[in-house]
Design a protein around this ligand. Structure first.
Ligand code: NOJ
Ligand code: CA
Length: 543
């Protein structure tokens, strides 16, 4: 590897793998994944070839929103293990060259967090202002028209003190008041707590929500809103999210990370400054502002376009170009194909296109985030009404908004517990778990898992695919094509997003196939016109 690649921080050259701890590996037979379970599977992650593990929340929580309702920011829920288990996990991950990114949930706490318990106890208490309390509207009822993401008003009346508190999500998730300097200081201490335990960064939950309009003005109605996109979409969130002042808060978080690194507080052997990843659902022009005017906010504001766009070549070609053009100078891109809040890629586009999608994710310019299970082509599970767990599904049944389907336990093998648990899994396994599982795919060179492993190895071996430049190759029909280049080495990536034969005019370029979805063209020379079969993607090194 040349010097520039070596000196690029890991979060530019590497691949992030999201672990949803409940669903990754159960170590004690209670049917719920846990930290010792994740630890047992670190060898798998190293074998797979990813660079970092992002752990969704494992903090003490009543689990109203499965851990996104935190009752203690500096602990581990007994369901998931102990702080010692976490420390052992970090140590073992680092020993394998894997970084550990943890989830930070600063917009809201659990209603059972001691801060909220104190806040709601009286209007005069010192922590009252840590949350957003308002009097009822003049004629009674909620203070304004703001809606909660999971349905209903964003305000809940606290009978005892006669005021409403704000919650962008469930009533069990009251929003913190980030205008209060004591809240900021307390949350900065939380970051330091985990930094002192050697974490390599944070994924910040709904970072663009942190500040709300100081005057609490009503949101205007959204024209043409579609209830299938969620009940809160009936209003345009102009006073509830992406407020101008939020950037100062994000800079504050970033400063904590940078200062921690500068002070040399990083445990021995960890040279890179920790990474700040922001969860942000916004159009790209507004999204990229979260890099900061001086690149002093998020290193990686999550780019979720591949989760939201129709799977059509024209839409994806345009989105890549628009995103590349919108990035501020020096900002590093990133791409996400799946997470615990969206239907799985293999369900959205089908198993054959999921292979094409894997090639796209792992060859685009920018840090990829891979969701656990997508590497084996895991599909959404069907959850019968009696087994529904997700509060979103409970509040909006049958609309397809519920997130249980993409949270199924990881099938490591066959059998009733699929190698995930010796007990009864908290969500049912998929109907296809007998074949779609790690142990079956591990030794099958044609499997989705083998494809991922080869793509990850290629990316690691070829800096052009990790940190190289990106340029589009003119294409039409169902084809998306681009060239990645670094220090004289150039790769063509050509993807057919449809089921029919397509061809791509290469002009004077020629090269040799190094990898393809069908795994049968390696070594083939390409020149003049590249023919792609249906659902085929090819990576070729250019002469
Ligand atoms: C985003 C998380 O990814 C999601 O799972 C959660 O429900 C909300 N934020 C609220 O924390
Ligand atoms: Ca367990």
């Amino acid at each position: 590897m040349n010097r520039r690649v070596e000196t690029a921080p890991w979060w530019r050259r590497g691949v992030v793998y999201q672990v949803y701890p409940r669903s990754f590996q159960d170590s004690n037979g209670d049917g719920i994944g846990d930290l010792p379970g994740v630890r047992q599977r670190l060898d798998y992650l190293a074998w797979l070839g990813v660079d970092a593990v992002w752990l969704s929340p494992f903090y003490p929580s009543p689990m109203a929103d499965f851990g996104y309702d935190v009752a203690d920011y500096c602990g581990v829920d007994p369901i998931f293990g102990t702080l010692a288990d976490f420390e052992a996990l970090v140590e073992d991950a680092h020993a394998r060259g894997l970084r550990v990114v943890v989830d930070f949930v600063p917009n809201h706490t659990s209603a059972r967090h001691p801060w909220f318990v104190e806040s709601r106890a009286s209007r005069q208490g010192p922590r009252r202002d840590w949350y957003l309390w308002r009097d009822p509207a003049p004629g009674g009822g909620p203070p304004n028209n703001w809606l909660a993401h999971f349905g209903g008003s964003a305000w809940t009346l606290d009978e005892r003190t006669g005021q409403y508190y704000l919650h962008a999500f469930l009533p069990e998730q009251p929003d913190l008041n980030w205008r209060n300097p004591d809240v900021r200081a307390a949350m900065h201490d939380v970051l330091r707590f985990w930094l002192d335990r050697g974490v390599d960064g944070f994924r910040v939950d709904v970072i663009w929500h942190l500040l709300k309009d100081e005057q609490f003005r009503d949101n205007p109605p959204a024209p043409d809103s579609d209830p299938r996109h969620g009940p809160s979409r009936a209003l345009l969130p102009i006073y509830t999210t992406d407020q101008p002042g939020v950037h100062e808060i994000v800079r504050g978080l970033r400063r904590v990370l940078d200062e921690h690194a500068r002070r040399g507080d990083r445990p021995a052997g960890r040279r890179d400054a920790p990474v700040l990843i922001g969860e942000i659902y916004l159009p790209v022009e507004r999204l990229v502002r979260y890099y900061g005017e001086r690149l002093d906010e998020c290193h990686l504001p999550f780019n979720f376009q591949l989760l939201q766009l129709p799977w059509r070549a024209d839409a994806i070609r345009a989105a890549i170009a628009r995103y590349e053009a919108a990035l501020p100078p020096g900002a590093w891109p990133n791409w996400v194909l799946g997470n615990h809040d969206h239907h799985r890629i293999a369900t959205r586009v089908g198993p054959a296109q999921a292979r094409v999608a894997a090639v796209l994710l792992l060859t685009l310019r920018g840090t990829p985030t891979l969701y656990c299970g997508d590497e084996i082509g895991l599909r959404d599970i069907e959850v019968p009404p009696a087994l529904v767990q997700d509060p979103y599904e409970r509040s909006c049944p049958g609309v397809g908004l519920g997130r249980d389907p993409e949270r199924a336990p990881m099938p490591w093998g066959g059998g009733p517990g699929a190698g995930f648990t010796t007990g009864r899994p908290w969500l049912p396994r998929g109907a296809d778990a007998a074949t779609v599982n790690v142990s079956t795919q591990r030794d099958d060179p044609a499997s989705m898992l083998a494809l991922h492993r080869r793509l990850l190895a290629l990316r690691r071996a070829e800096p052009a695919l990790a940190v190289g430049t990106w340029a589009p190759v003119p294409a039409d029909g169902d084809v998306v094509a681009f060239v990645r280049a670094h220090e004289g080495r150039r790769f063509l990536v050509a993807l057919n997003l449809g089921a029919r034969l397509q061809s791509l005019w290469l002009g004077p370029a020629r090269g040799g196939v190094v990898l393809g979805t069908h795994l049968d063209r390696e070594g083939e020379q390409v020149f003049a016109t590249l023919v792609l079969r249906g659902d085929e993607a090819v990576v070729a090194v250019l002469e």
